[in-house]
Design a binder for this molecule. Structure first.
Ligand code: ZN
Ligand code: ZN
Length: 250
């Protein structure tokens, strides 16, 4: 209760500060109006230097052609159709996402969701995906309780609101497995561990549906792959993925 009150106060404080101090764009440093990212930079999404894999959105460490597909996707096609990522997870983006995730920075929701909306309109909308529902990557109940919110859910709700799409956080549940997530594991094992951590719910609402999974940071992409796999096994037709940021793979 107290935690919720603190978060609400923080949100109001954020809005009040927004009204008083105009901000500079995080990416180019020029005045950005009421957001953290200016319209010019939003128009230049994804905010990365190298081309990204057409399938999983991983940014290549080297210059590649525009139709580049990474070696992981060539070997094992993920269960989602396509994943799109707004920015490289470093510098200001990393700090911003950190504040949003770990320091109660929920007033950042609208701006960060704006990045996702721009990405959606630019990359996904031209594919005419006919999204039936936006689904956030869920968090363990215990963890959500301690933090007071699930940042992926905040993003998904705001994105869905701005795009006039329904948001269905209940279609996927997270369960405790006791297995820590380890990026050094092999792909198959990583995927197996990730799959064990989620359960699709309400198969009735999944059958034949096209879903848009939303997460804040993709690291290996195994979580989204596992969720897409489970949702499709439970009847979903197609799954797309939108994420704020992903580290450069080396
Ligand atoms: Zn800018
Ligand atoms: Zn890929």
């Amino acid at each position: 209760m107290l935690r919720r009150l603190a978060l609400t106060l923080r949100k109001w404080a954020g809005w009040a500060l927004d009204a008083l101090y105009p901000r500079d764009c995080l990416f180019c440093g020029r005045p950005s109006g009421d957001g953290y990212v200016c319209l010019d930079c939003l128009g230049r999404l994804p905010l990365r230097r190298n081309p990204s894999c057409l399938i999983c959105g991983a940014e290549s460490a080297m210059p590649e052609g525009p139709d580049f597909v990474c070696s992981d996707c060539l070997r094992h096609r993920p269960a989602f159709e396509r994943a799109f990522v707004a920015a490289r997870y470093e510098g200001d983006v990393r700090r911003l996402v950190h504040d949003f995730k770990y320091h109660g920075g929920i007033w950042l929701t609208r701006d960060l969701a704006r990045l996702l909306v721009a990405l959606y309109l630019d990359r996904l909308a031209p594919l005419r995906p006919r999204i039936d529902a936006v689904v956030p990557i869920p968090m363990l109940r215990r963890k959500r309780g301690a933090r007071g919110y699930n940042q992926a859910e905040l993003l998904a709700r705001e994105l869905a609101r701005q795009l006039h799409l329904p948001c269905r956080a209940g279609l996927l549940r997270r369960v405790a497995t006791g297995v820590p997530s380890q990026t050094r594991l092999g792909r198959a094992e990583r995927l197996r561990n990730a799959e064990a951590a989620f359960r699709p719910a309400h198969p009735r609402h999944l059958r034949g549906k096209t879903l848009l999974l939303v997460d804040d940071v993709l690291t290996t992409g195994a979580t989204c792959d596992a969720c897409a796999r489970l949702l499709r096994r439970a009847g979903a037709k197609r799954v797309y993925v939108l994420a704020l940021a992903r580290p450069l793979r080396v």
